[in-house]
Write a protein that binds this ligand. Sequence first.
Ligand code: ADP
Length: 474
Amino acid sequence: MKVSKFEKVLLSETLMKDILNRNKRLFLRSLWMIRLRWLAIIAVIPSTIIYKYLYHIQLSDFPIYIVCFFLIAENLISLKFLKRIETNGESFPDNQLTSKKVKSDFILIKNVLNFQIFIDLIALTFILYFTGGIENPFIFFYFFHLAIASVLLSQKETFIHTIIAVLLFLTLAYSTYLELVPYHVLYNYENYVDFMLYKNSFYVIKSTVSFIATVLILVFLASSIGKKLQNQEEKYADAIDKLKKHDTIKNEYVLRVTHDVKGHLAAIQSNLSVLTSRILGPLDDKHEGFIERAYKRTFIATHFIRDLLKLTKLRMSGPIKASKFDLRKALVNAANDVKTNAESKSITIESQIDDTVNEFYGDEFSIQEITSNLLLNAIKYTPEKGSITLVAQALKDTMQISIEDTGFGIPENEIEHIFEEFYRASNVKKIVLDGTGIGLTIVKKVVEQHGGKIWVESKLNEGSKFIFTLLKKG
Ligand code: ADP
C-alpha cells in the first residue's frame, strides 16, 4: 500500500503527539466559538426587538432573524461534526494513537473552523447590510473573525479569509454607494440628520482605505503572536512528554525494586515464622524478644512494599477495567471484610446503604478495596469501643459514600496534606506505628479514575468523616 508523504510524517510518534495536542487546542477553540455564537444570537434577537419596538425605529428585522436562523444552523452543523470526534471512542486518547485517526480529526476540526469563520463573515455582512451598511459602527466586527483566524489557522487559510473579508466589505460599501441594492437606514430618530454617508465618496474611500490598512496590520500582528504562542505550546507539550517518559522509567524502576524486595521480605518472614511458631524447638526469653521484633518489623515492611507496589501499578495502568456490578453488595462485602478487625477493638460498624445504591458501572474490585481501606483506617485511628458509620446514597450524577468514625481526628492544618504520598498526621504517628502514608493516595487515585472526588471533614479528638463520590456512567 502506498503511504502518503503526510502519513509518513505522522508515523513519527512525537510529531503525532504534537498534532494531537494541536487537535485538542483547535477542538476546544471551535467549541468556544460555538459558545460565543450562541451568546451573539441571544444578544442580537432581543436587541433587534428593543430597537424596533421600544425606540420605534424602522428596522429590517425579518432578514436579521433569518441570519440568526442560519447562525443557529451553523452552530448545530459544527457541533454535529465535532461530535464525530468524541464518538469515535474516547476523545483524544493518549494511547492507541493511529496516524489515520489523528490526521482525519485534524482535517475535520480545521474544516469546521474554516466553515465557521466563513459563514460568520457572510452573516456579519448581511447583518451590517440591513443595519446601515458602511455607516454601522459595528463594521469593526470583521476584525474579530480575522484575529481568530490568524491565531488558529494556517497563514494560507488566514490569507483566504482576509481576502473574503475585504471582498465582502467592498461589496457592502460599493453596492449601496453605486445604488446596486437599496440602502437600509440604521438611525431615524426625529432629531437625527441623515448625512447619507454611504453615498459620500470621500467617506466610502476613507473607510475602505482604513479598513484594508487595519485588516493587514491586525492579521500580521495576530499571526505572529499566534505563531509564537503555538511554538511555546509545542515546547511545553514536548517538556510534558519528556516528564511523562521519565515518570514511566521511574515507575518501572520502583516496580522492579519493590517486586524484588517483596520476594526477599516474604522469605525472611516465613523463616522468622518458623522460629516464632517454635517448630524447631523452644526459644529462650532473650532470643524470643529479638525475633518477635524482627517479625513485626518485617510485617510492617511487607505492608509498605505491598502498598507501594499497588500505587505504582495504579500509576502505570491505563483506563480502569469497568463492568456493571452491584455496588450495595460490594459495600456490604467491604464492611464484612473488616468485621474481625473492628471486633478486636470492640468497635461497632453501622451501615446505612440507601435503596438507590444498586447497579453501578466501574471497577468492582478496586471500589470494594478502597472502601475496606477507609474502614480499616477508621478502625486503626479510633480508640477501643468507638463507632463507625458507613453511609451510601445515590445523588444526581454520582454515588456518594461516607465513612465516619469517632477517632483521633486530624489536626486542622494537616487535613490538606493527608492524601499526599507518605504523609502521616503528627497526632497519630506515635500512637499507631504501622502506617505507610500510601493508603489514602491509592484511595484518591481509584476515586479519580471513576470520575469522583474525595475529601475529609475532621475534628481533632472527636472523629473524621471521609466522603467520596463515584461518577455514574452507562
Ligand atoms: P497510613 O494509615 O498507612 O498511615 P494512609 O494513607 O491510609 O496511611 O493515611 C494517611 C494519614 O491520614 C494517616 O497516617 C493518618 O494520619 C490520617 N488518617 C487516615 N485515616 C484517618 C482516620 N480515619 N482518622 C484519623 N486520621 C486518619
